[in-house]
Every structure is written in C-alpha cells, then in structure tokens.
Design a protein around this ligand. Structure first.
Ligand code: AMP
Ligand code: MG
Length: 324
C-alpha cells in the first residue's frame, strides 16, 4: 500500500516478481496544492475499495495474501499514518505480518524489476523528490539532490501562478513545444546538488515582464532538465555505472527523456524507463520492495511500525542488492 502523498495505491505481487495487480486513485484538489489532511482523508476513503479491486484484478482472496507491505516514509505525516493504520488493521484481520517500505527504494526497485536494468544511476524526479541515487556499500546512496523544492513541485508552482493549472508538468511541456527561443534563466548546480526556487522566481519575473509564456516554459524546462542531467552524468562517471534509470512523475516528460538518452549514448551507457504507470507512485513498487525485504530477513514488528516522515533512502539497508 502506497500513500505518501496524494496518490493511494494498492498493488499485489508474487515473490517471483510478477505484478498481479496495481491500481491507484489520486486526490485532485479543486484549487491550490495538496493539503496533508485532505490527502489523509482521501486515503481513508478509497483504500478499502482499492484493496478489494486489487484482489479482484489479481483473482485472489484476502486469505491468499502472505505479507502486507506499506510505504513508511518519506512523505506527509497524516497521509503516511492513515495508510500505516490500514496496514496494521488488515494485518490483524488476516493474521499476516506487515513490513514498512521506504518509498524511494520502492521507486528504484520497481524500475529494476520492470526494465531489467541491474545497477543503475537512478534519477528520481517527482512532485516531492529530486534525487540522484546509486547503489554503493550496502545502500542506495544519494549522489545529488535538490536543496530546496522538487523539480515537479517547481513546475506545478510555475503553472499555478501563471494560470496554466494543475498538474503543471504536462502543461509546461505542451507549451514549451511551441518555442525554441531560449531566455537566460539562473542555472543552479552547487557541487552535486541543485536548487530550483531561484529558477522559479526568475521564470515568473520573465512572464510578468511580458516574455511569451511558451518561451518561458521552454527555457524553464531546458534549464531545469540540464541541471538534472548534469548531476546524473557526473554521478554516473563517479560511480562507474553503465545504466541510467529515470523514475518519478516527471519521467512523463519527453524532453527530459530525450536529454537523458543523449547523455547516456555519449557515455555508451544504457537508458531505462519503466512503463509510465510504474514511474509515478504506485502500490506495486511497495509490494515488490516489501517482498524483497521480507525474503531477506527484514521485519517490522507492529509495535515499532511508526511512520518516518523524513526517512532518507541512504538510511535503509538493502541486503538483496549485491555489490557488483
Ligand atoms: P509524482 O509526484 O511522482 O506523483 O509525479 C507528479 C509530478 O510529475 C507533478 O509535479 C507533475 O507536474 C509532474 N509531471 C507529470 N507529467 C509531467 C510532464 N509531462 N512533464 C513534467 N512533469 C510532469
Ligand atoms: Mg514518489
């Protein structure tokens, strides 16, 4: 069960890595951003029907379930607690164990499962996260990340404030296709890390100063994605990896994919991206990571199953990944 933000997801997998079902429902706010309490109310309202639907799709019954994995963090507190509560209740009802999964590890693992890549540098870009992750010394280490807001959040805020609506990523992408006129915007890479808030402010100023919106959208994408690709490229060279994996909702963007493909080609590396339904938040990624963790001896006793709002990916042991 996934519910770290506004999407409720339920997935069922077997321990061979077959995805038997994966369904989800997203809260779409009438205006403004995602309120943590509204996300929690959304999860509470839809999770039980989603569990039934997922079982139906997999042609299974509750008694066939052996393990209940849930996204333990990072994420919005009320949202996480609602899904954790659902997991605990279901566990008591069917007398099967629960296991808390790190959401970011889930993105990497469903990416490896669905694309067949083995040891990638992962660029994880979504509404709430922008990180470059790669395996080293027993863990998925963070090689670079945003120091302020996530790339998706930046696009969403830009779209909201220019009247393009929500979610912003696809709107900015569509408009950007009408322009190839690059307007200079601040490019902020600090070491291996990024910052997007200055870029957001500068782009909004350009728009307010009368620069055509399609030119601002184009320039915003070119700048933000170049920053992301630059740190991905350096992580790849430094960690000596030969595979690049793109995950997260922003992976839907064709221009970002194209830029990563070009960079990968230049390094004789292979570029991978899961099917879109497994790029964004989904239940299957939590189910599969839970299965991996459980078969490698990890456990989450119910009395220690509290959620972890800021649970960093590099704090999680992944004993199923072998040092290449
Ligand atoms: P997630 O947080 O993984 O659910 O992904 C949602 C984020 O992906 C939002 O910030 C969206 O604006 C962004 N997004 C979705 N489609 C696109 C796109 N085509 N280009 C850029 N960003 C996108
Ligand atoms: Mg996510």
């Amino acid at each position: 069960m996934e519910g770290t933000a506004e999407k409720t997801g339920v997935g069922i997998v077997d321990d061979a890595g077959n995805i038997l079902s994966s369904i989800g429902k997203q809260l779409i706010p009438e205006s403004g951003g995602i309120h943590p309490r509204e996300a929690a109310e959304h999860h509470a309202a839809v999770i039980v029907p989603l569990i039934s639907e997922a079982l139906e799709e997999a042609q299974l019954e509750l008694k066939d379930i052996d393990l209940i994995a849930f996204a333990r963090g990072p994420g919005l507190g009320p949202a996480l607690r609602t899904v954790a509560t659902a997991a605990r209740s279901l566990s008591m009802r069917i007398n099967k164990p629960i296991l808390g999964v790190n959401h970011c590890v889930g993105h990497v693992e469903i990416g490896r499962l669905t694309t067949g890549c083995a040891d990638p540098v992962t660029l994880y870009v979504s509404g709430g996260n922008s990180q470059v992750i790669a395996f080293d010394s027993g863990r998925y280490q963070v090689f670079g990340e945003t120091l302020d807001i996530a790339a998706g959040n930046m696009l969403d805020q830009f779209a909201r404030q220019t009247g393009l609506g929500h979610p912003g990523g696809p709107k900015v992408e569509n408009l950007s296709k009408k322009s190839d006129n690059y307007i200079r915007l601040p490019y902020t890479v600090k070491g291996m890390d990024l910052a997007f808030s200055g870029l957001l402010t500068a782009a909004l100023r350009k728009y307010e100063a009368g620069v055509p919106l399609e030119d601002v959208c184009f320039s915003l994408q070119e700048t933000a994605f170049s920053m992301l690709v630059e740190i991905t490229e350096r992580a790849m060279a430094h960690a000596e990896k030969r595979e690049v994996l793109l995950v997260g909702g922003v992976a839907a963007n064709q221009r970002l994919r194209e830029m990563l493909q070009i960079m990968s080609d230049e390094h004789y590396a292979e570029f991978f991206m899961p099917p879109l339904e497994y790029c964004g938040d989904n239940g299957a990624m939590i189910a599969w990571t839970g299965a991996l963790a459980f078969t490698h001896g990890l456990r989450t006793p119910v009395d220690q199953s509290f959620v972890r709002l800021r649970w960093r990916v590099d704090k999680v042991d992944v004993p199923w990944v072998k040092q290449p």
